[in-house]
Design a protein around this ligand. Sequence first.
Ligand SMILES: [Zn+2]
Length: 327
Amino acid sequence: MTPRRRILATALLAAGSLAVSSASAYVYCGFHDRRYEMRAYHFNSEFWVDLVVAQSAKWDRVHPLFSINRTRSRTTPVGQDGQSVIGWLTEADLNRHYGLSWAGTAGWTVTWTDGTCGRLLESDMFFNPGITLFAPQTAVPYNLGFQEIALHELGHAATLDHEDRGLAVMTAGGVVSDVLHNDDKVGWIRSAAQKFNPLPTPIRDMGVFPIRNGRSSKVYASLSPTTVARGADVAIRDFTVENLSSVFPFEGPTFRVVLEETSSGATIEIGTFSWGRFEPFSHWSGDLTYTVPSGTPPSSYRVVAIFQGRDSDATNDRAVLGTIRVR
Ligand SMILES: [Zn+2]
C-alpha cells in the first residue's frame, strides 16, 4: 500500500557527517581445496535439511563451497570416518561419541584438519533434536532460531572461528541475525583465497540490520519512547547499515523509515536517511530520531527501515526496528 500522506518528519541526511567504518580482520583456521560434500541424516521431516541447505546458499554466494546430500535414516554415522555428516543426535549419543553435551547449546560442529590448520578433512555438524525453533526473523529481538544456528555452524565447516570485533553471525554470543555480515564474508573470502584464489564477488548489496556491535556485547535496536503521542518524536537506537559488497562503493544509498500498522500492514512514511557514497565492506551504526505525523491514526505500529532501490540480495533490505503504540 502506498502512503499518500505528506512526509512530516525532516529527512535526516547522514552524508558526510556520520563516519563509516571498514570491516575488520577475521579468525579462521584451515582451508578447502574443492567443493565440500556433506550428508544430512534425517529421521523424519526434510524441512530441517531444507533449512540447512538454504543457509548454506548464503555462504556459497560469497564463494561456492557446499554440496549437501541427504539420506533418510534412524542412525547417523559418528566419529572421524572421512564422511562429513549433518545430524540430530540425542544427548546420550552426543556424550558417548564426542564427549559433548546439549546443555546450553543447540548446535555443535566438530572439525578435523590436516596438521594444525591445514586442509579441512571432515566436519560433523549436529543439531539438538529438541530444537523446534523456526520463526521468520523479521523483528527484534531475534529468537535464536534454527536458521541462525545452522548458518553459524556452517561457518565453522567453512573454517571460520568465532568473531566478535564487529557484527557477525560467527559471534560467540547469542545475539545474531540470519544474514552474513561483512566480517563473515571477509573471513570466508580470506580463507578461500588460500587455495581457491577467488575473484572478489562483484555484487551490489546494501543491508540494514536491527542490531549493533556495542562496546562489550551486541545490542538489538530499541525505540524510545514505546508509546508516542501523535506529532511527537520517536528515537531509533542501535541499528546498522552495511555495504556488503567487497568490490563496489554504493552511490547515494537511501532508506525509507515507515510506520507499518501491525494488523493491516498499511504504511505511513516518517522519513528517510541516506549517504552520498558508502564505501565497500563498511558499515555505519547509530541512532536517528523521527516525528510521528500528527495525522497518524492511534494504533500499534512496527517501525521499519527499508532500502530504496535494487541490489543483489534483497533479504537484508528491510529491518523491523521495534514496535510502538501511537496514541
Ligand atoms: Zn560457534
